[in-house]
Design a protein around this ligand. Structure first.
Ligand SMILES: NC(=O)c1ccc[n+]([C@@H]2O[C@H](COP(=O)([O-])OP(=O)(O)OC[C@H]3O[C@@H](n4cnc5c(N)ncnc54)[C@H](O)[C@@H]3O)[C@@H](O)[C@H]2O)c1
Length: 382
């Protein structure tokens, strides 16, 4: 197989997992990193064993050895970096959210189609074997018609007023904070698993911590700011949200999102109730799928490729009893993307991974949720 050169812009928290995931493929070389300065890029490149380091993303995009550009900068930089990469006709893997508004996301989707390259957005929970299993069971009608889709995505890393991230600043993260950051994952997962689209939303949002102590020098997201000098800043974006949903297949739904919920680290949960059975998948216990029955005993299906549907078994890397995790699912998504690129299939809408079209759709859902709340809690169409 011909080797593929990967370059990454924004070498922070999640970038390390992009690098790890593509290296595990065996036919991808991580050629270059671009950071916010020459020094920071070089430091990360040395730490991660990457040969080239750039202080300007334009130089990485122009590098002839880079065929695929990964974008893991703060959200507001996705647009200029992706546009530069598309201008150079490079394939692009962007982390979510694709952009800070639906208009921007739509523009990127159009630009990617015009460039004729492969485009992907890392809604990585699709890469979990038991997510694939749930999707397969629902598609085969094993639950019967679905009438309720519900769950939550709760974290606690923004619980203290001293917790801080660029995600809280609308000019860097976008108008939405928690919803854009993790609500986007929940909505993508729900639509993907159920095979139906959210049609309208009714929401109630709030900012629990409305004043935070911002460190003078902003650390990378999720890094602790230690004992730095801080100043008080007002926070306007939501850190807690409750949303009712109506799906286009008639199903109803509800989910909550919060990053101020003590004890919840990466508490993504999805439950689907059909006329014959229910399914529940909990990210923090991702190696099991709960199957709920009325007339039989409930069951827990373990992640075991010998027990999974063929469509799901290919996402399991290890035999039963060998636990797999977040990084494995991320790697699975990268395998789908890079096999598509290696196969020279182009930017087809039939790609088996989330594309910029999904990134655009996600931005529309988040905007409708914000609009519903701003209008006093009214049903709002996507
Ligand atoms: N898929 C997931 O589950 C997941 C998880 C975490 C983050 N993310 C997304 O990934 C992106 C990055 O999040 P993070 O948590 O890694 O943030 P981070 O703050 O840890 O990292 C961002 C990096 O971008 C760098 N950067 C800033 N300006 C730059 C510039 N002009 N050029 C190059 N680099 C620049 C920063 O120095 C930092 O290294 C966000 O869009 C976020 O929503 C996705």
């Amino acid at each position: 197989m011909q080797r593929i050169g990967m370059g990454l812009v924004g070498p922070g928290f999640v970038a390390a997992h992009h690098v790890d995931a593509v290296r595990r493929l065996g036919f991808v070389d991580v050629v270059a990193l671009a950071g916010s300065s020459d020094a920071s890029a070089r430091k990360k490149a040395d730490a991660w064993g990457v040969p080239k380091a750039y202080g300007r993303y334009q130089d990485l995009v122009a590098d002839r050895d880079v065929q695929v550009v990964h974008v893991t900068t703060p959200n507001f930089l996705h647009d200029p970096v992706i546009r530069a990469a598309l201008g150079a006709r490079k394939h692009v893997v962007s982390d979510k959210p694709l952009a800070v508004s639906s208009a921007e996301a739509r523009g990127l989707w159009q630009a990617a189609k015009d460039a004729g390259v492969v485009h992907a957005v890392t809604f990585n929970y699709r890469g979990n074997p038991l997510v694939q299993q749930a999707r397969d069971m629902i598609a085969k009608g094993e639950l019967g018609p679905v009438h309720y889709v519900h769950g939550q995505y709760l974290q606690d890393w923004l619980l203290e007023p001293t917790d801080y991230s660029w995600r809280l600043e609308p000019d860097k993260g976008g108008q939405s904070s928690a919803l854009g950051d993790i609500g986007s994952h929940w909505c993508d997962l729900a639509e993907y698993v159920v095979g139906a689209r959210i049609q309208s939303v009714l929401s109630d949002l709030t900012t629990v911590i409305s004043t935070r102590m911002k460190p003078e020098s902003t650390a990378e997201a999720l890094a602790t700011a230690g004992t730095q000098t801080r100043r008080e800043v007002a926070i306007t974006s939501e850190d807690l949200a409750s949303v009712l949903l109506r799906f286009d297949n008639g199903a109803r739904g509800a989910f909550s999102v919060g990053q101020v919920c003590a004890g919840h680290k990466n508490g993504l949960e999805l439950e689907v109730n059909g006329r014959r059975a229910s399914l529940r998948w909990i990210q923090e216990r991702q190696n099991e799928l709960w199957i709920g029955k009325r007339h039989e005993a409930n069951a827990l299906l373990a992640k075991d490729p010998s027990l999974l549907a063929p469509a799901a078994a290919r996402y399991a890397r290890l035999p039963g009893g060998h636990q797999e995790g977040w990084a494995d699912a991320f790697h699975n998504l990268m395998r789908d993307v890079y096999e598509w690129i290696a196969g020279g299939k182009g930017a087809s809408g039939a790609a088996p991974f989330p594309t910029f079209e999904d990134g655009y759709r996600s931005a529309c859902i988040i905007e409708a949720i914000l609009k519903s709340h701003a209008s006093g809690g009214t049903w709002t169409k996507i």
